[in-house]
Design a protein. Structure first.
Length: 236
């Protein structure tokens, strides 16, 4: 009913007795909230050309998108924020993120940077995360949910890689969920300070490009007054 069709027609499409129109494929995908990349795959399966372009992020046509992201990242300082693509490669990051990555080995900081790998790698942020089991479980569950919606070999390879990482020596085993029951915090040891953040993720509304549909802006918000005081003191 929401797609303004009949059960009979939808059944015929499902069983292959009827070939859906391009408009019907797009309408069903929209009401089922199918990811934009998978909408193109559905169109191809139905015999149509892809509807949504996939423009490289460094293309001149994306200058407006890049500028908007840079403004958002700068406005969030001194708190950490970054933009990632559909496989968690870092597209842009602010000085708050660079602060957290300070001191990590060069091999992990060689482009393209991957946010999940940087977080969970035994030589990355993992040894500094005081509640690593909780945060690792959250990230792996997030990846698993995405894999249920997307046929992405790159994302599956990333999941298999990070899920196999050994637990680094010195990593914390704090259970901090009860400290901020409204959201699981990320608790990081940095330069002798215990920093606590909650994470928010923003995406573009009604994207018309595959690349744009997969961009995500993640902002880390201070979860306690101590983190606010420490980071505010670092502001130039």
């Amino acid at each position: 009913m929401e797609a303004d069709s009949s059960a009979r027609h939808i059944s015929f499409i499902e069983t292959g007795r009827s070939r859906p129109s391009q408009a019907m494929v797009l309408k069903l995908a929209d009401h089922l909230d199918v990811p934009v990349r998978e909408r193109n795959a559905l169109l191809l399966a139905a015999g149509y050309a892809p509807h949504f372009p996939e423009t490289p992020i460094d293309d001149p046509a994306m200058a407006g998108v890049r500028a908007a992201m840079e403004r958002l990242l700068a406005a969030h300082e001194p708190y950490p924020a970054l933009v990632v693509d559909g496989t968690y490669n870092v597209i842009a990051a602010n000085n708050g993120i660079l602060m957290l990555l300070d001191g990590l080995p060069a091999q992990l900081l060689t482009p393209p940077l991957n946010a999940i790998r940087l977080t969970l790698h035994p030589e990355g942020l993992a040894p500094k995360i005081r509640n690593l089991p909780e945060w690792r479980g959250h990230l792996l569950a997030q990846l698993d949910r995405q894999l249920s919606l997307l046929r992405s070999p790159a994302l599956k390879a990333l999941y298999d890689e990070v899920a196999a990482y050994p637990h680094p020596e010195g990593a914390g085993h704090e259970t901090v969920a009860a400290e901020a029951p409204f959201a699981l915090p990320l608790v990081v040891e940095h330069d002798g300070h215990r920093l606590s953040f909650v994470s928010t993720i923003a995406t573009f509304n009604t994207p018309m490009d595959v690349t744009v549909s997969e961009l995500a802006l993640e902002t880390l918000l201070p979860a306690d007054p101590e983190t606010v005081t420490y980071l505010s003191a670092l502001r130039p």
